[in-house]
Write a protein that binds this ligand. Structure first.
Ligand SMILES: [Zn+2]
Ligand SMILES: [Zn+2]
Length: 159
């Protein structure tokens, strides 16, 4: 099973090739429609699963545009947020809204830019601390194991 995850199957290769042909940032259904022309028997589920695997392998990027996390904010002026990727805590980012990011795009695109969203992703202090604790714990248990393994040798050399 694990073997299969890392092997580039024919289906996965076709999916990757088709996606590389598209510059539309397609959804799974669109990729499925394209792939189906070459592999008529493939299912949407298979396409979806392979897209997930390809993204885990770093061959493609999964975009989560707009996000699926619904939150509410009493602050109505435009501002950015930081989201903890571990616990979904959302804080205001301590920086001003950058109108000039939109100005920078003017003339460079045929899009009429009306707004922009920016979300910073990371670990909140609580999760950061937990992550550090876990790391310290892992390191100290590894250290203890190494130390106990070394003890007999040390004793032998001491006496
Ligand atoms: Zn957190
Ligand atoms: Zn806010």
């Amino acid at each position: 099973m694990k073997e299969q995850t890392h092997r580039m199957t024919r289906q996965r290769r076709v999916i990757l090739e088709e996606l590389r042909e598209m510059d539309t940032h397609p959804g799974a259904e669109e990729v499925f429609e394209a792939v189906r022309r070459k592999l008529p028997r493939i299912s949407l589920g298979t396409v979806y699963r392979n897209l997930e695997i390809l993204s885990e392998l770093g061959e493609i990027q999964k975009l989560e545009l707009g996000g699926t996390l619904m939150r509410f904010d009493s602050k109505t002026e435009k501002h950015y947020h930081m989201r903890c990727i571990n616990c979904d805590r959302v804080d205001d980012a301590p920086m001003g809204f950058m109108e000039n990011m939109e100005t920078a795009l003017r003339g460079a695109t045929e899009f009429k830019i009306m707004d922009h969203r920016l979300e910073f992703l990371g670990l909140c202090p609580v999760c950061m601390e937990k992550a550090l604790d876990r790391k310290t714990l892992e390191e100290s248990s590894r250290g203890a194991a190494a130390a106990s393994a070394q003890t007999p040798t040390k004793k032998a050399s001491n006496f």
